[in-house]
Ligand binder design. Structure first.
Ligand SMILES: CC(=O)O[C@H](CC(=O)[O-])C[N+](C)(C)C
Length: 312
Protein backbone atom coordinates (compact mmCIF):
# COMPACT_ATOMS: atom_id res chain seq x y z
CA UNK A 1 0.00 0.00 0.00
CA UNK A 2 1.32 3.41 -0.95
CA UNK A 3 1.26 6.14 1.67
CA UNK A 4 1.96 9.12 -0.60
CA UNK A 5 -0.03 10.25 -3.64
CA UNK A 6 3.15 11.80 -5.07
CA UNK A 7 4.04 8.19 -5.89
CA UNK A 8 1.21 8.02 -8.43
CA UNK A 9 3.54 8.86 -11.32
CA UNK A 10 6.56 6.94 -10.10
CA UNK A 11 7.08 3.63 -11.89
CA UNK A 12 8.80 2.03 -8.86
CA UNK A 13 5.75 2.58 -6.62
CA UNK A 14 2.22 1.26 -6.84
CA UNK A 15 -0.38 3.65 -8.30
CA UNK A 16 -2.68 3.34 -5.29
CA UNK A 17 -3.68 5.61 -2.42
CA UNK A 18 -4.82 4.97 1.13
CA UNK A 19 -8.39 3.48 1.02
CA UNK A 20 -9.76 6.04 3.49
CA UNK A 21 -8.29 8.86 1.40
CA UNK A 22 -9.65 7.42 -1.85
CA UNK A 23 -13.12 7.14 -0.25
CA UNK A 24 -13.10 10.67 1.20
CA UNK A 25 -11.62 12.28 -1.94
CA UNK A 26 -14.30 10.51 -4.04
CA UNK A 27 -16.92 12.04 -1.73
CA UNK A 28 -15.44 15.52 -2.24
CA UNK A 29 -15.47 14.81 -5.99
CA UNK A 30 -19.16 13.92 -5.78
CA UNK A 31 -20.00 17.15 -3.94
CA UNK A 32 -18.05 19.18 -6.56
CA UNK A 33 -19.83 17.27 -9.33
CA UNK A 34 -23.28 18.16 -7.96
CA UNK A 35 -22.35 21.82 -7.24
CA UNK A 36 -21.32 22.30 -10.88
CA UNK A 37 -23.68 19.81 -12.54
CA UNK A 38 -26.93 20.68 -10.72
CA UNK A 39 -27.74 23.87 -12.69
CA UNK A 40 -27.42 21.79 -15.89
CA UNK A 41 -29.74 19.10 -14.47
CA UNK A 42 -32.26 21.70 -13.34
CA UNK A 43 -32.23 23.36 -16.79
CA UNK A 44 -32.73 19.98 -18.47
CA UNK A 45 -35.58 18.96 -16.15
CA UNK A 46 -37.35 22.32 -16.56
CA UNK A 47 -37.05 22.10 -20.36
CA UNK A 48 -38.32 18.50 -20.32
CA UNK A 49 -41.32 19.18 -18.07
CA UNK A 50 -42.53 22.76 -18.84
CA UNK A 51 -45.67 23.20 -20.92
CA UNK A 52 -45.00 24.21 -24.54
CA UNK A 53 -44.05 27.89 -25.05
CA UNK A 54 -42.80 28.42 -21.46
CA UNK A 55 -39.15 28.59 -22.52
CA UNK A 56 -37.46 29.26 -25.87
CA UNK A 57 -34.42 27.13 -24.88
CA UNK A 58 -31.81 26.39 -22.22
CA UNK A 59 -30.51 30.00 -22.01
CA UNK A 60 -34.09 31.20 -21.54
CA UNK A 61 -34.55 28.76 -18.61
CA UNK A 62 -31.42 30.14 -16.92
CA UNK A 63 -32.44 33.78 -17.57
CA UNK A 64 -35.99 33.34 -16.25
CA UNK A 65 -34.93 31.23 -13.24
CA UNK A 66 -32.33 33.81 -12.14
CA UNK A 67 -34.74 36.71 -12.78
CA UNK A 68 -37.37 35.03 -10.59
CA UNK A 69 -35.33 33.43 -7.76
CA UNK A 70 -31.78 34.81 -8.12
CA UNK A 71 -28.77 32.50 -8.52
CA UNK A 72 -30.15 30.35 -5.64
CA UNK A 73 -32.96 29.35 -8.00
CA UNK A 74 -30.45 27.36 -10.08
CA UNK A 75 -29.69 25.29 -6.96
CA UNK A 76 -33.32 24.41 -6.08
CA UNK A 77 -33.64 20.74 -5.05
CA UNK A 78 -29.88 20.24 -4.59
CA UNK A 79 -30.09 18.44 -1.22
CA UNK A 80 -31.23 14.97 -2.46
CA UNK A 81 -28.53 14.83 -5.21
CA UNK A 82 -25.82 15.89 -2.73
CA UNK A 83 -26.94 13.21 -0.25
CA UNK A 84 -27.24 10.56 -2.98
CA UNK A 85 -24.26 11.32 -5.22
CA UNK A 86 -21.62 11.88 -2.50
CA UNK A 87 -21.63 8.26 -1.19
CA UNK A 88 -21.83 6.85 -4.73
CA UNK A 89 -18.72 8.77 -5.83
CA UNK A 90 -16.95 7.93 -2.56
CA UNK A 91 -17.56 4.20 -3.17
CA UNK A 92 -16.71 4.53 -6.87
CA UNK A 93 -13.28 6.12 -6.24
CA UNK A 94 -12.59 3.70 -3.37
CA UNK A 95 -13.64 0.82 -5.64
CA UNK A 96 -11.29 2.07 -8.37
CA UNK A 97 -8.40 2.02 -5.93
CA UNK A 98 -9.42 -1.47 -4.74
CA UNK A 99 -9.57 -2.54 -8.39
CA UNK A 100 -5.96 -1.38 -8.87
CA UNK A 101 -4.89 -3.36 -5.79
CA UNK A 102 -6.58 -6.46 -7.21
CA UNK A 103 -4.73 -5.98 -10.53
CA UNK A 104 -1.42 -5.80 -8.61
CA UNK A 105 -2.29 -8.91 -6.59
CA UNK A 106 -3.05 -10.87 -9.79
CA UNK A 107 0.26 -9.76 -11.40
CA UNK A 108 2.85 -10.34 -8.62
CA UNK A 109 5.81 -10.73 -11.03
CA UNK A 110 5.38 -7.47 -12.94
CA UNK A 111 8.55 -5.57 -13.87
CA UNK A 112 7.00 -2.09 -13.56
CA UNK A 113 4.48 -0.81 -11.04
CA UNK A 114 2.98 1.42 -13.75
CA UNK A 115 -0.47 0.12 -14.66
CA UNK A 116 -1.26 -0.10 -18.36
CA UNK A 117 -4.35 1.63 -19.78
CA UNK A 118 -6.03 -1.78 -20.05
CA UNK A 119 -5.31 -2.50 -16.37
CA UNK A 120 -6.63 0.94 -15.34
CA UNK A 121 -9.77 0.24 -17.38
CA UNK A 122 -10.23 -3.11 -15.58
CA UNK A 123 -9.87 -1.36 -12.20
CA UNK A 124 -12.34 1.33 -13.36
CA UNK A 125 -14.85 -1.26 -14.55
CA UNK A 126 -14.49 -3.11 -11.23
CA UNK A 127 -15.34 0.08 -9.29
CA UNK A 128 -18.89 -0.11 -10.69
CA UNK A 129 -19.62 -3.34 -8.78
CA UNK A 130 -19.65 -1.87 -5.23
CA UNK A 131 -20.92 1.52 -6.49
CA UNK A 132 -23.94 -0.07 -8.21
CA UNK A 133 -25.18 -1.52 -4.91
CA UNK A 134 -25.84 2.06 -3.80
CA UNK A 135 -26.39 3.70 -7.21
CA UNK A 136 -29.15 1.33 -8.43
CA UNK A 137 -31.71 1.97 -5.63
CA UNK A 138 -30.70 5.67 -5.49
CA UNK A 139 -31.33 6.00 -9.25
CA UNK A 140 -34.65 4.12 -8.95
CA UNK A 141 -35.83 6.68 -6.37
CA UNK A 142 -34.46 9.65 -8.36
CA UNK A 143 -36.04 8.55 -11.66
CA UNK A 144 -39.44 7.98 -10.02
CA UNK A 145 -39.32 11.42 -8.38
CA UNK A 146 -38.28 13.05 -11.67
CA UNK A 147 -41.20 11.59 -13.64
CA UNK A 148 -43.74 11.82 -10.79
CA UNK A 149 -47.06 13.22 -11.98
CA UNK A 150 -45.99 12.99 -15.66
CA UNK A 151 -48.64 11.29 -17.88
CA UNK A 152 -50.31 9.23 -15.19
CA UNK A 153 -47.17 8.35 -13.15
CA UNK A 154 -47.61 7.96 -9.41
CA UNK A 155 -47.01 10.98 -7.16
CA UNK A 156 -44.72 10.94 -4.14
CA UNK A 157 -44.17 13.38 -1.30
CA UNK A 158 -40.38 12.78 -1.29
CA UNK A 159 -37.60 10.15 -1.40
CA UNK A 160 -38.69 8.39 1.83
CA UNK A 161 -42.23 8.08 0.46
CA UNK A 162 -40.84 6.47 -2.75
CA UNK A 163 -38.80 3.94 -0.73
CA UNK A 164 -41.81 3.13 1.47
CA UNK A 165 -44.16 2.60 -1.50
CA UNK A 166 -41.64 0.54 -3.51
CA UNK A 167 -40.96 -1.69 -0.52
CA UNK A 168 -44.70 -2.18 0.07
CA UNK A 169 -45.19 -2.97 -3.66
CA UNK A 170 -42.42 -5.55 -4.15
CA UNK A 171 -39.89 -5.48 -1.31
CA UNK A 172 -36.15 -5.07 -1.98
CA UNK A 173 -36.61 -6.53 -5.48
CA UNK A 174 -38.67 -3.51 -6.47
CA UNK A 175 -36.23 -1.05 -4.87
CA UNK A 176 -33.34 -2.67 -6.75
CA UNK A 177 -35.12 -2.82 -10.13
CA UNK A 178 -32.65 -1.65 -12.81
CA UNK A 179 -29.53 -3.00 -11.04
CA UNK A 180 -28.30 -4.86 -14.14
CA UNK A 181 -28.98 -1.79 -16.33
CA UNK A 182 -27.03 0.41 -13.86
CA UNK A 183 -24.11 -2.02 -14.03
CA UNK A 184 -24.36 -2.15 -17.84
CA UNK A 185 -24.06 1.64 -17.84
CA UNK A 186 -21.45 2.15 -15.12
CA UNK A 187 -19.21 -0.92 -15.74
CA UNK A 188 -18.03 -0.01 -19.26
CA UNK A 189 -18.63 3.70 -18.50
CA UNK A 190 -16.31 3.70 -15.46
CA UNK A 191 -13.67 1.69 -17.35
CA UNK A 192 -13.55 4.39 -20.03
CA UNK A 193 -13.91 7.18 -17.44
CA UNK A 194 -10.92 6.30 -15.25
CA UNK A 195 -8.67 5.12 -18.11
CA UNK A 196 -9.31 8.32 -20.12
CA UNK A 197 -8.62 10.47 -17.08
CA UNK A 198 -5.33 8.78 -16.19
CA UNK A 199 -4.13 8.72 -19.80
CA UNK A 200 -4.88 12.39 -20.48
CA UNK A 201 -3.66 13.62 -17.10
CA UNK A 202 -0.34 11.90 -17.70
CA UNK A 203 -0.03 13.26 -21.23
CA UNK A 204 -0.97 16.82 -20.26
CA UNK A 205 1.13 17.05 -17.09
CA UNK A 206 4.88 17.62 -17.03
CA UNK A 207 6.70 14.28 -16.83
CA UNK A 208 8.81 13.72 -13.68
CA UNK A 209 12.41 14.64 -14.46
CA UNK A 210 15.17 12.03 -14.46
CA UNK A 211 17.96 12.94 -12.02
CA UNK A 212 21.67 12.67 -13.03
CA UNK A 213 21.86 9.39 -11.03
CA UNK A 214 19.13 7.93 -13.27
CA UNK A 215 16.40 8.02 -10.61
CA UNK A 216 13.12 9.86 -11.10
CA UNK A 217 12.73 13.25 -9.36
CA UNK A 218 9.58 13.65 -7.19
CA UNK A 219 6.40 14.09 -9.23
CA UNK A 220 5.82 17.72 -10.34
CA UNK A 221 2.98 19.69 -8.69
CA UNK A 222 -0.57 19.03 -9.91
CA UNK A 223 -1.45 20.89 -13.09
CA UNK A 224 -4.96 22.31 -12.66
CA UNK A 225 -5.52 22.83 -16.43
CA UNK A 226 -4.47 19.20 -17.02
CA UNK A 227 -6.92 17.97 -14.36
CA UNK A 228 -9.76 20.10 -15.82
CA UNK A 229 -9.09 18.94 -19.40
CA UNK A 230 -8.58 15.27 -18.44
CA UNK A 231 -11.57 15.18 -16.04
CA UNK A 232 -13.94 16.94 -18.45
CA UNK A 233 -12.91 14.68 -21.35
CA UNK A 234 -13.29 11.58 -19.13
CA UNK A 235 -16.90 12.63 -18.45
CA UNK A 236 -17.61 13.17 -22.16
CA UNK A 237 -16.00 9.81 -23.04
CA UNK A 238 -18.05 8.02 -20.39
CA UNK A 239 -21.39 9.50 -21.42
CA UNK A 240 -20.68 8.83 -25.13
CA UNK A 241 -20.84 5.15 -24.18
CA UNK A 242 -23.33 5.31 -21.33
CA UNK A 243 -26.37 6.99 -22.88
CA UNK A 244 -28.03 3.87 -24.45
CA UNK A 245 -27.91 1.75 -21.24
CA UNK A 246 -28.88 4.88 -19.27
CA UNK A 247 -32.00 5.36 -21.43
CA UNK A 248 -32.99 1.71 -20.91
CA UNK A 249 -32.31 2.03 -17.18
CA UNK A 250 -34.54 5.10 -16.85
CA UNK A 251 -37.36 3.36 -18.78
CA UNK A 252 -37.08 0.18 -16.72
CA UNK A 253 -36.95 2.05 -13.42
CA UNK A 254 -39.88 4.37 -14.18
CA UNK A 255 -42.27 1.85 -15.81
CA UNK A 256 -45.25 0.44 -13.89
CA UNK A 257 -44.74 -3.04 -12.42
CA UNK A 258 -44.92 -5.75 -15.13
CA UNK A 259 -44.25 -3.50 -18.17
CA UNK A 260 -40.90 -5.16 -18.98
CA UNK A 261 -39.43 -8.53 -18.07
CA UNK A 262 -35.88 -7.13 -18.00
CA UNK A 263 -33.12 -5.13 -19.71
CA UNK A 264 -33.27 -6.88 -23.11
CA UNK A 265 -37.08 -6.85 -23.20
CA UNK A 266 -37.06 -3.11 -22.49
CA UNK A 267 -34.41 -2.47 -25.20
CA UNK A 268 -36.33 -4.57 -27.76
CA UNK A 269 -39.66 -2.82 -27.04
CA UNK A 270 -38.09 0.66 -27.11
CA UNK A 271 -36.37 0.04 -30.46
CA UNK A 272 -39.52 -1.55 -31.94
CA UNK A 273 -41.67 1.42 -30.87
CA UNK A 274 -39.39 4.43 -31.47
CA UNK A 275 -36.46 3.19 -33.58
CA UNK A 276 -32.84 2.65 -32.57
CA UNK A 277 -32.16 6.41 -32.25
CA UNK A 278 -34.49 6.43 -29.21
CA UNK A 279 -31.59 4.85 -27.29
CA UNK A 280 -29.78 8.22 -27.48
CA UNK A 281 -32.61 10.30 -25.95
CA UNK A 282 -31.18 12.90 -23.56
CA UNK A 283 -27.78 12.91 -25.32
CA UNK A 284 -27.63 16.74 -25.62
CA UNK A 285 -28.28 17.64 -21.95
CA UNK A 286 -26.05 14.79 -20.72
CA UNK A 287 -23.19 16.02 -22.89
CA UNK A 288 -23.65 19.66 -21.87
CA UNK A 289 -23.25 18.62 -18.21
CA UNK A 290 -20.53 16.00 -18.76
CA UNK A 291 -17.47 18.23 -19.24
CA UNK A 292 -17.97 20.86 -16.48
CA UNK A 293 -19.37 18.39 -13.91
CA UNK A 294 -16.52 15.91 -14.33
CA UNK A 295 -13.80 18.56 -14.57
CA UNK A 296 -15.12 19.72 -11.17
CA UNK A 297 -15.24 16.12 -9.89
CA UNK A 298 -11.57 15.43 -10.57
CA UNK A 299 -10.53 18.86 -9.26
CA UNK A 300 -12.39 18.02 -6.03
CA UNK A 301 -10.77 14.58 -5.88
CA UNK A 302 -7.19 15.70 -6.60
CA UNK A 303 -7.24 18.82 -4.41
CA UNK A 304 -8.81 17.04 -1.43
CA UNK A 305 -6.34 14.17 -1.85
CA UNK A 306 -3.45 16.63 -1.82
CA UNK A 307 -4.84 18.36 1.27
CA UNK A 308 -5.22 14.99 3.05
CA UNK A 309 -1.66 13.98 2.07
CA UNK A 310 -0.43 17.16 3.79
CA UNK A 311 -2.51 16.49 6.92
CA UNK A 312 -1.66 12.80 7.48
C1 LIG B 1 -23.38 7.76 -13.74
C2 LIG B 1 -22.33 8.43 -12.95
O1 LIG B 1 -22.45 8.67 -11.79
O2 LIG B 1 -21.22 8.72 -13.63
C3 LIG B 1 -20.16 9.44 -13.00
C4 LIG B 1 -19.87 10.68 -13.84
C5 LIG B 1 -21.03 11.63 -13.95
O3 LIG B 1 -21.08 12.34 -14.96
O4 LIG B 1 -21.87 11.70 -13.02
C6 LIG B 1 -18.89 8.58 -12.96
N1 LIG B 1 -18.89 7.43 -12.03
C7 LIG B 1 -19.81 6.36 -12.48
C8 LIG B 1 -17.53 6.86 -12.07
C9 LIG B 1 -19.21 7.80 -10.65
Amino acid sequence: MSDDSSEIEASSSKQTVDPIKSFLSGGFGGISCVLVGHPFDLTKTRLQTASPGTYTGAVDVVRKTIAQDGIRGMYRGITPPILGVTPIFAISFWGYDLGKRLVYSFTPNRTSQNLSIGELAIAGGFSAIPATLVAAPAERVKVLLQVAGQSGSASYSGPIDVVRKLYAEGGLRSLFRGTFATLARDGPGSAVYFATYELLKKQLSAAPETLPNGEKAPAPPLSLPAIVAAGGTAGVAMWSLAIPPDTIKSRLQSAPHGTYTGFMDCARKLIAADGVTALWKGFGPAMARAFPANAATFLGVELSLKAMEKMW
